[in-house]
Design a binder for this molecule. Structure first.
Ligand code: C5P
Length: 231
């Protein structure tokens, strides 16, 4: 999956460069993921929506990495804007909980045929301080934060979870916990030091790759390399 996180001070150039990378690499990726940084720089309308159209012309699903994590009505409003712009799926953070938090996100996604992917473990080195924290669950059984988050994803019937490729041992634990049906998406391959083979062998279904593709002198060749590695 291509993370289209390019940067450029000029919005027109940013759109052109993003569009070119998408067109050149499209045949080697299974979806595109867009971050808030691109939405801030280009805007949703007459900006990011053009990239979504290009992706859809190549039958590529589009995922908004919004990491939604607010109270229900603002989450719902944000998701509606993303859906109206053409996104097929959204990434949300389960930390805010169900009632008055992500309940509205799941309701809207289900009624519009969109997917919700939940963030279970970040890929940066500092992520362990929180996501691996040991807690005492309501049943008195000690659990780590990421295990609680993975359990929420199962209970809420999320369409998938994000676990950093830099943490293959966590991918294995989440795979064991969530079973075969839960899709695991893993960013952090390449630029952040994650190893594609180890992530896939640990149980990841989809690799998310950004800088290692779009900063390569030949992005399509890099995309093909990662596609072949994943296979
Ligand atoms: O450039 P790179 O391949 O490191 O980009 C990774 C992408 O995945 C970025 O868009 C980043 O926001 C996202 N991401 C991540 N780690 C997570 C969740 C999302 O790196 N755990």
């Amino acid at each position: 999956m291509l993370a289209l996180d390019l940067e450029d001070p000029d919005p027109d150039t940013l759109l052109q460069r993003s569009s070119r990378i998408l067109k050149e690499s499209g045949e080697y990726v299974c979806a595109i993921k867009i971050n808030r940084q691109l939405v801030l720089a280009l805007g949703l309308r007459n900006g990011v929506d053009k990239l979504l159209k290009t992706a859809h012309e190549s039958s590529l699903p589009t995922i908004m990495d919004a990491k939604l994590n607010d109270v229900g009505h603002t989450n719902e409003f944000m998701l509606r804007s993303y859906i109206d712009a053409g996104f097929d799926a959204v990434i949300a953070s389960p930390l805010v909980g169900w009632e008055g938090g992500l309940d509205s996100v799941f309701r809207l996604a289900i009624s519009t045929g969109r997917a919700v992917i939940l963030l279970v473990y970040m890929s940066n080195p500092g992520a362990d301080a929180f996501y691996s924290l040991r807690t005492m669950s309501a049943t008195g059984k000690p659990k780590q934060v990421f295990e609680l988050l993975a359990e929420m994803a199962i209970e809420w019937k999320a369409n998938g979870v994000v676990v950093g490729a830099t943490k293959p041992e966590i991918i294995s634990s989440v795979r064991q916990l969530a079973g075969r049906e839960m899709a695991i998406f893993s960013p952090g391959v390449g630029a952040q030091g994650g190893d594609a083979r180890r992530a896939v062998e640990a149980g990841s279904d989809y690799l998310i790759v950004g800088r290692s593709i779009y900063t390569d002198p030949i992005p399509s060749a890099a995309a093909k390399r990662y596609r072949d590695m994943a296979r």
